[in-house]
Design a protein. Sequence first.
Length: 155
Amino acid sequence: MKYEFEAYQMEVENHIFWVAKSKFLNGCLGQGDTLNEAVSELEANENEWLSSAKEYNIPIPERTARRQSIYSGKVSLRFSPLMHAEAAENAKQMNISLNQYINDAIAYYNGLVKQHSFKHILDSEGSETTTKIINIKNFKKQKFSINIKEIPEEM
């Protein structure tokens, strides 16, 4: 395979089968009763697609490859001076660094995401913190805030 593809199952008239579809070669796909059959057919069809494109002077997309994301652990964060001062003071009272304080808040919210719910959601005006829980499947763009006084002590 030269190009990235997606694979999924389809059902047509009570028959379930696999489809492997090129993400870059328009109309190029393969089908089969198994994933391997669909990918094999896609590979053959990809070669035919490229041969036909050369023959008829159809532009051939450049090959692409995903690059592994490498996270440095560094983040540039902007927030209000008042919020900064409050967070720094809270961290000092907890006898931890501001960096650790922010890291703990992120870890807390990452845990909520894994549980598919959020707490402390801002209301539609973005002003009051609530304890409304929403399902992540229904998640749309919303702003989130954390009220430190509401974090359980077991964190």
